[in-house]
Design a protein around this ligand. Structure first.
Ligand code: M6R
Length: 622
């Protein structure tokens, strides 16, 4: 996830672009860059690593970059480290540096999205004499546009549509051509892009807030469409290069609502981004119907030689480990233990080269997780980081990295990063099962298909959110909530309980359902809410019995179960159904109602959902 902006008109472009990028910083903040041109002069590219203010400082708030036409980018690294050389804009020329300064290139561009076949395209372009200075997929696209532009000599729209036919993946692209001084060309597939229009000006942006200050009249450019922006004029084209007419929409949101994409809170927005986060993460690990972990450096031989796996993490990331433990052991028969990172150093865990220590972290900066990683390396284990932030310390220090592609997560309570971590670990489990021979080729194919169906099923769970909103209004004054389940359902309960307590401040506990009767059941009183996660068919009956034990002591019951299993409804007061899927992957679905329940309860209590008290997004102290 990155943010892109563009402006062409009569005013100075750079300050407008910086202002737009500021409002898109939530989409990425590891580096930023601008390309601005002044009439016939060459485009000048300036980039800076880190937050946007570094770029603002470097350009004297944009004043040192004269010109009335330009594009800008704020980056969330996916391909290549968050470095100056990988920062956008990228250029088509064979320059030796980072592609900054006054650039001779015919094409300059910024991109949000992921080009899946960039490797093969890069090889093709290298055969045609192109040289690359960065590790990004974006430089490949910009050079491919340049290649078609020069080969067919028909013009920018033609070069762009040819490129769109050739690339696989998602993109919102903004491009400037040397021969078209005051124009910007844009294209889109599966990444957001809007075009704004005003008197003698045109704008583009990944999201409405970036341009709201200047215009409320926008075109929502569709998938596989191209736009051509010049001062005061916008033309749109289909993939054939034929001009099309798009409706002009008037934005009515206020600026703050727009930043959250119309959602009331970042957490709700991020909950809704889960289908995309899971799909992108899975797509990055599957090639031609098979799981491909080469980007992480994990080989099949390595998986075959493992004697044990230790997963270590904190908070929700630790809960992902708890879920993965059940999946890996059941699918691949490899022993897994899961340790809280803050406790890892106080154990004398036996490990050697045949141990894989997996550190899971959204931020990649959590101090306890980092300390555990360092200790595991010291002890000679092979280490794998499952991390969301590219180039973070944990990612840099681990032997292998498997990136989740959830994009920046702003709300303190994690949702989409959790889901992306879960699918990444599921993919690892499936690959291990194939390598170890515990899954047949047919089962392997089926499991991959099942994983691919998860994003659409999450979207279906989200459609039912109003019922949870209603239920949460009934429980908003609860004092205690218990989440119970067995096996994988216990792992999901842990996450449900944390989501509830961290944002609603209601005391909650997660218990392995069978453990309640060993003490905790004494806390059950009249109307205490007990939420049972009931998705693992061979354990449902037992957990329902445990819930009945609570009911007979006055508890009020909610159950989450799989669609079609209507027996649960007879035993509980409120039932939530999730779509059927292979039971190994059900956590990805069952967690969503629990996230929504926590979210709506917090809203009903009038709390600061995105920034709960006493918490920080990234905990960098031990
Ligand atoms: O950045 P990390 O994934 O390492 O963070 C780990 C925990 O601090 C984090 O999951 C925390 O528990 C969240 N607030 C849970 O929503």
């Amino acid at each position: 996830m990155c943010g892109i902006v563009g402006y062409t008109g009569e005013k100075q472009a750079a300050p407008i672009l910086l202002d737009g990028l500021k409002r898109l910083e939530y989409r990425g903040y590891d580096s930023a860059g601008l390309a601005v041109r002044d009439g016939r002069a060459l485009a000048e590219v300036v980039k800076a690593t880190g937050k946007l203010y570094h770029l603002a400082d470097k350009t004297d708030m944009g004043r040192s970059l004269p010109g009335t036409c330009g594009i800008g980018h704020t980056r969330w690294a996916t391909h290549g480290d968050p470095s100056l050389v990988n920062a956008h804009p990228h250029v088509s020329g064979n320059c030796s540096g980072s592609g900054s300064g006054k650039v001779e290139s015919d094409v300059v561009g910024v991109h949000n999205g992921i080009i899946e076949n960039y490797g093969e395209l890069k090889e093709k372009l290298m055969r045609h004499g192109y040289r690359f200075y960065s590790d990004t997929d974006t430089e490949v696209v910009v050079k491919l546009v340049d290649y078609y532009y020069k080969k067919y000599k028909i013009g920018p729209v033609d070069a762009i549509t040819r490129t769109m036919v050739r690339v696989r993946g998602s993109y919102a692209l903004a491009l400037m051509f040397k021969d078209y001084p005051d124009e910007i060309f844009a294209a889109r597939k599966d990444s957001p892009l809007i075009i704004g229009t005003a008197e003698n000006a045109a704008f583009l942006a990944s999201d409405v807030p970036a341009i709201l200050k200047y215009t409320r009249s926008v075109y929502y450019i569709g998938n596989l469409q191209v736009a051509r922006l010049s001062p005061g004029s916008v033309k749109c084209y289909d993939l054939n290069g034929d001009e099309i007419t798009l409706p002009l929409t008037e934005i009515t949101w206020d600026a703050e609502a727009a930043e959250k994409g119309g959602y009331e809170h970042f957490m709700l927005k991020e909950i809704h981004e889960q289908p995309a986060a899971v799909r992108d993460t899975l797509n990055s690990l599957v090639r031609n119907g098979k799981i491909d972990l080469t980007s992480s450096g994990i080989t099949d031989d390595m998986l075959l030689s493992l004697s044990q796996i230790i997963i270590t993490a904190c908070g929700s990331a630790w809960h992902v480990g708890m879920a993965a433990q059940y999946v890996i052991e059941d699918m691949a028969g490899v022993p897994v233990r899961v340790e809280l990172a803050s406790e890892f150093r106080y154990r004398s865990l036996p490990m050697d080269r045949s141990t894989l220590v997996i550190v899971i972290s959204q931020s990649g900066e959590t101090a306890d997780s980092l300390a555990a990683l360092r200790l595991a390396k010291e002890k000679g284990a092979e280490t794998l980081a499952v991390v969301n932030v590219v180039g973070s310390t944990i990612a840099r220090e681990a032997d292998h990295v498997l990136y989740t592609l959830a994009g920046p997560e702003i709300a303190v309570a994690t949702t989409k990063a959790y889901s992306a971590q879960l699918i990444a670990l599921d993919a690892l489990a499936v690959q291990m099962a194939m390598v170890k021979g515990t899954a047949s080729a047919e089962q392997y194919g089926h499991l991959i298909e099942e994983m691919a169906s998860i994003p659409e099923k999450i979207a279906r769970v989200l459609e039912d959110k109003e019922r949870l909103q209603w239920f949460s209004s009934k429980i908003a004054n609860a004092h205690d909530i218990f989440f119970i389940g067995r096996g994988l359902d216990y792992a999901i309960s842990l996450e449900g309980s944390l989501k509830m307590k961290e944002i609603s401040y209601i005391h909650s506990e997660a218990y392995a359902a069978g453990e309640l009767k060993h003490g905790t059941i004494s806390l059950i009183e009249k109307n205490t809410l007990v939420i049972g996660v009931l998705t693992q068919s061979r354990m449902i009956e037992k957990t329902v019995s445990n819930m009945a034990e609570c009911k007979s002591r006055g508890a009020y019951l909610m159950g989450i179960t799989t669609n079609g299993d209507f027996s649960v409804e007879d035993s509980v007061n409120f039932t939530v159904y999730i779509p059927r899927t292979d039971e190994h992957f059900v956590s990805s679905l069952a967690v969503v109602p629990l996230q929504l329940l926590g979210y709506y309860t917090s809203v009903n209590r009038g709390l600061d959902v995105d920034k709960p008290r006493n918490l920080a997004k990234s905990v960098t102290v031990e």
